[in-house]
Write a protein that binds this ligand. Structure first.
Ligand code: TRP
Ligand code: SF4
Length: 330
């Protein structure tokens, strides 16, 4: 048997997962696991959460567990994938320190994500050493496991590119230890939040993976539709409607085609269209909700799964660090 190629990805614990997280990343992580050709490592990047929010730490622990529950509910299987927490594997910090020594400051200062975030998140203090070093910590996360591939969205490409440069530099300076990882681009379906902006917790426009019943219906009722369709008698344009984009994912093909037609000739109103969407989403999420309920009432099991994943990750990390120290002669 040839060795499986290793995949690694992570998420910051900023809150329970929403449909954007699920459809844009998690669903793909589950597919990679089920493919059978990969050995998957998925982790909670809790130190990374501190790089921009060091003064808002109240929810990190709770979020960590919520996210792992969402992972398990979505189909990540702890027997096949290693699910762990970054801060439980101290080796990440050690490798981070060592990589800091060899990373030119100019590589970090010219990082487009860094410049963009500093520009956009004006309400946060991003003038710390930790925030500038964000990609170095991310590089440590990735190369620690000698990952071949990193499934990420486009926003993370600059970070993976920096990781590749840091891995090459290490190999060149000391010894060829690290494979240069490939970004595995996840194509994100074009789904927006309820207000038509990118779905995000901080915009308060997200539909959560745990959402159901009245709450779910209320959110869907509030969704923006075709702005030119003011009255029910106005013909609509499904191609510009976010509700329709969701139907495209959650409804069967015949129903999608019917809504498309009925919307264009004003034979269906938005209220009814949204009701049908709520039914479909609820139906689609039911298996996930059932598993969320299961893990919520068996929370010990979740903690055991995390502890076991941490241990598995540590074993790999320890072996890598032994090689690294040896190569550096420290
Ligand atoms: N920066 C990633 C994000 O914000 C999270 C992350 C940290 C990550 N370390 C990683 C992703 C390593 C992939 C691999 O989404
Ligand atoms: Fe959108 Fe449906 Fe209204 Fe058409 S009928 S504009 S698809 S919500």
């Amino acid at each position: 048997m040839t060795e499986k190629r290793r995949i690694l990805s992570g998420i910051r614990p900023t809150g329970k997962l929403h449909l954007g997280n699920y459809l844009g990343a998690l669903r793909n992580w589950v597919d990679l696991q089920n493919d059978g050709g990969y050995e998957c490592f998925y982790f909670i990047a809790d130190w990374h959460a501190l790089t921009s929010d060091y003064n808002r730490t109240e929810e990190i622990r709770e979020n960590r567990v919520d996210i792992v529950i969402d992972w398990l509910a979505a189909g990540l299987d702890p027997k096949r994938s290693t699910l762990f927490v970054q801060s439980a594997v101290m080796e990440h910090a050690e490798l981070f320190v060592l990589l800091c020594m060899i990373t030119p400051l100019s590589w970090l200062e010219r990082n487009p994500t860094y410049k963009e975030m500093k520009h956009e998140l004006v309400d946060r203090d991003l003038s710390t050493f930790g925030f500038l070093g964000y990609p170095v910590l991310q590089a440590a996360d990735i190369i620690m496991y000698k990952a071949y591939g990193v499934p990420v969205g486009v926003d993370q490409l600059p970070h993976v590119e920096l990781t590749r440069e840091i891995a090459r530099r290490f190999n060149f300076l000391y010894r060829e230890i690290f494979p240069v990882p490939e970004p595995l681009l996840t194509t994100v379906p074009k789904l927006l939040g309820t207000d038509g902006r990118k779905m995000s917790k901080s915009y308060d426009n997200a539909i959560y993976l745990s959402e159901r019943g009245k709450e779910l219906r209320r959110k869907i009722e509030s969704m923006f539709t075709d702005p030119r369709r003011q009255r029910k008698s106005d013909p609509g344009r499904p191609e510009v409607c976010n509700v329709f984009a969701f139907h495209n994912i959650y409804s069967p093909p015949a129903e999608i085609a019917q809504i498309d037609e009925d919307c264009r000739r004003a034979a269906i109103g938005c209220v009814q269209c949204k009701k049908r969407l709520a039914d479909r989403i609820e139906e689609g999420l039911r298996p996930i909700h059932d598993r969320q309920d299961y893990y919520r009432s068996n929370i010990r099991e979740v903690h055991d799964i995390i502890a076991d994943g941490n241990e598995r990750a540590r074993r790999v990390a320890r072996a890598t660090m032994a090689e690294v120290r040896d190569a550096i002669r420290i």
